[in-house]
Design a binder for this molecule. Structure first.
Ligand code: GLN
Length: 545
C-alpha cells in the first residue's frame, strides 16, 4: 500500500513566528515540506499574509522583495518561491491569502446579502473565511503546511491565529501541529544565548490560545542541552521538541539540519503518521556540489533593485541552480544600472565578469544603464541573458545600433514615443487598475526549430510564466529581423514575440525572453535556460584564459 494511502485525511502543520521578522519561516516551512515529501507524503503549502494589500503585486520590490508568480497567474509572496523550490507541489492562487483578500471576500458576501442580515464581525465571519481558505487548499493532500506571515503580537495577524486556534479545536488532536519559530539572541557582553524573548513570544501564543508543539530556535550556533531544557520548562514544550536551527551558509542545507535535529521524526510522531525514513540523497548531492564546486564564475546582474537581494530572490536561486548543473559556484554581483552611464563605465563594472544578465523591472530609472550593459555584452561577446524588461532593453539596444532607430525605446517610459519598439498591446491600453492586470501566469511559447532556444530546451513547445504589460511591437518585427535579430520564440498564435536571440556565429550566447524562467527553476531540476547560460559563461571564461 502506498504511504499516501495511510494518511486518511489531511493533517496540518501551522508555522508561526515570534520575536522578530525575517527569521526564515518560509524557508523553515519549505524545508519541513521537503523532508516530509522525502518520506513519501503528498505535501501542499500555503502562506497567509496579515497585510492589507490584496496581493504583493503593487508593492515596491525593495519593500517587500520579489513578487512570485504562479502558473495560474497569481502575484504572490516570495515565500511561495521557496515552497516551489523545495517541494514538488505547484502553488496556485489558493496558496497565498492576504488580509486584504479575506476582507474583500467577506465584504463582497455582505454586499450580496449572504450573511442574511447578521452583524458581520471578525469572529466568526472573518475567521470562518480564513478557515475555509485553509480547508479548500488542503483537499487531496496528506499534509498542508500553513505559514502565518508576520510576528506573533502584531495586531493584524490576530484573526489568522484565532482561525487556527479554532481549527485545532475542531480537528482531531493528532491532526494538527504548531511549529513556532523564534530567535535566541547571543549577547556578546554576557557571552550568553538568551531565552527570554522566546519565553515571551510563546507566552503571547498561549495568551491567544495556541500552545506551540515544537519550537525551532534560530541561533548563531547550536544550543546546549541546558538551554533546551530551560526553554522547555518556560514554554511548556517538551525538551525533545525544542530544535535549533543555526545560521547556514546555504539555504539548501536547512532540510538536512532540521532532519539531524529530528524535526521530521517528531512531526510524524505528533501527527501519528507512519512513513518511511526520508530519502535525502538529492539534498545531500546538492549540498556536496555547492561545497565542492569544480569551477567558479561571476555573473553581473544589472538592475535597479540591487539594495535588497530579496528583490531578485528566484533569479538568484535560479543562477545558483544553473551553477549546480555545471558543477560550478556562481558568484552573483549586483550592479546598479544607474552607475552605468556609457561604454567606459559599463566596461569598468562588467569587463571582469563571466556573464551579464539584465533582469525584469519597471520604470525608466536605470534603463539607459541597462542598455549600456547590453551593448557592452553584445559587442564583447559576453554571454547575455535578458529577462522580461531585460529582453525589452535588448530589443531597444539592437534597434538603436542596427536598425537605424537611434531613439528606440519602450512606450512604458514615454507613451507618445515615435519608434517604440516595445509597446502596449491593445487590450492593455484601457487598463486603469494596477493590481492583477498585467499579462500574468503561464503561457505557451513555440520555439523556432534549430534556434539556440530550441536546442537549449530540447523541444519546440514550452510553457513559462509572465508578469509584464508591454510587448515587442509587431510593427518593427520585419525591420529588426532584417537587421539580424532572431525572433526565436512566439506565442502559438504567432502574435507575440516571446524570445529573441542572435545567431551563434555572431555571438555565442545572446538570449532574451519576455517571460520569467527563474520561477520554474529548482535545485533538484535546474532550469535549462540557466544551465545553458552558466555553461556558456564558463566557456567564455575558459576562452579568455
Ligand atoms: N516593465 C515591463 C513591462 O511591464 C517589464 C516587466 C518585467 O520585467 N517584469 O512590460
Amino acid at each position: 500500500m502506498a504511504v499516501a494511502n495511510r494518511v486518511k485525511h489531511t493533517k496540518f502543520i501551522f508555522v508561526t513566528g515570534g520575536v522578530v521578522s525575517s527569521l526564515g519561516k518560509g524557508l523553515c516551512g519549505a524545508s519541513m515540506g521537503a523532508l516530509l515529501e522525502a518520506r513519501g507524503l503528498n505535501i501542499g503549502m500555503q502562506k497567509l499574509d496579515p497585510y492589507l494589500n490584496v496581493d504583493p503585486g503593487t508593492m515596491n520590490p525593495t519593500q517587500h522583495g520579489e513578487v512570485f508568480v504562479t502558473d495560474d497567474g497569481a502575484e504572490t509572496d516570495l515565500d511561495l518561491g521557496h515552497y516551489e523550490r523545495f517541494v514538488s507541489h505547484r502553488m496556485s492562487r489558493h496558496s497565498n491569502y492576504t488580509s486584504g483578500q479575506i476582507y474583500e471576500s467577506v465584504i463582497r458576501k455582505e454586499r450580496r446579502g449572504e450573511y442574511l442580515g447578521q452583524t458581520v464581525q471578525v469572529i466568526p465571519h472573518v475567521t470562518n473565511e480564513i478557515r475555509d481558505c485553509i480547508l479548500a487548499a488542503s483537499e487531496g493532500l496528506d499534509l498542508l503546511i500553513v505559514e502565518i506571515g508576520g510576528t506573533v503580537g502584531d495586531i493584524e495577524s490576530l484573526p489568522f491565529l484565532e482561525a487556527i486556534r479554532q481549527l485545532r479545536l475542531q480537528l482531531d488532536a493528532r491532526d494538527t501541529v504548531c511549529v513556532h519559530l523564534t530567535l535566541l539572541p547571543f549577547i556578546k557582553t554576557a557571552g550568553e544565548i538568551k531565552t527570554k524573548p522566546t519565553q515571551h513570544s510563546v507566552m503571547k501564543m498561549r495568551e491567544i490560545g495556541i500552545q506551540p508543539d515544537i519550537l525551532v530556535c534560530r541561533t548563531e550556533q547550536a544550543i546546549s542541552r541546558a538551554t533546551r531544557d530551560k526553554l522547555a520548562m518556560f514554554t511548556n514544550v517538551r525538551s525533545d521538541s525544542v530544535m535549533s536551527l543555526p545560521d547556514q551558509d546555504t539555504i539548501y542545507k536547512v532540510p538536512l539540519v532540521l532532519h539531524a535535529e529530528g524535526l521530521d521524526d517528531k512531526l510524524c510522531e505528533l501527527l501519528n503518521i507512519w512513513s518511511r525514513e526520508p530519502r535525502l540523497e538529492a539534498w545531500e548531492r546538492i549540498v556536496h556540489t555547492l561545497e565542492n564546486p569544480k569551477r567558479k564564475i561571476s555573473i553581473g546582474v544589472v538592475g535597479k533593485y540591487v539594495d535588497l537581494a530579496e528583490s531578485y530572490k528566484s533569479l538568484h536561486e535560479a543562477l545558483i541552480h544553473g551553477g549546480l548543473a555545471c558543477d560550478a559556484a556562481v558568484d552573483i554581483v549586483y550592479v546598479d544600472a544607474e552607475q552605468l552611464l556609457d561604454d567606459a563605465s559599463a566596461a569598468s563594472h562588467l569587463a571582469h565578469l563571466g556573464g551579464v544578465l539584465v533582469p525584469g523591472g519597471f520604470g525608466e530609472r536605470g534603463s539607459e544603464g541597462k542598455i549600456a550593459a547590453i551593448r557592452f555584452a553584445r559587442a564583447h561577446k559576453i554571454p547575455f541573458l535578458g529577462i522580461c524588461l531585460g529582453m525589452q532593453m535588448a530589443v531597444c539596444e539592437y534597434a538603436r545600433t542596427f536598425a537605424d532607430m537611434p531613439n528606440a525605446h519602450s512606450s512604458e517610459f514615454d507613451p507618445n514615443l515615435e519608434g517604440a519598439v516595445i509597446a502596449l498591446m491593445v487590450e492593455q491600453e484601457d487598463v486603469k487598475e494596477m493590481g492583477g492586470t498585467m499579462r500574468l501566469g503561464a503561457f505557451d511559447c513555440d520555439l523556432a526549430p534549430g534556434s539556440l532556444a530550441a536546442r537549449i530546451y530540447e523541444k519546440v513547445r514550452i510553457s513559462e510564466r509572465h508578469r509584464h504589460r508591454y510587448e515587442f511591437n509587431n510593427r518593427y518585427r520585419e525591420r529588426l529581423e532584417r537587421a539580424g535579430l532572431r525572433l526565436s520564440g512566439l506565442s502559438p498564435d504567432g502574435k507575440l514575440v516571446e524570445m529573441i536571440e542572435l545567431a551563434t556565429d555572431v555571438h555565442p550566447f545572446f538570449v532574451g525572453c519576455q517571460f520569467h524562467p527563474e520561477f520554474k527553476s529548482r535545485p533538484t531540476a535546474p532550469h535549462p535556460l540557466f544551465a545553458a547560460y552558466i555553461a556558456a559563461c564558463l566557456q567564455y571564461q575558459r576562452s579568455r584564459t
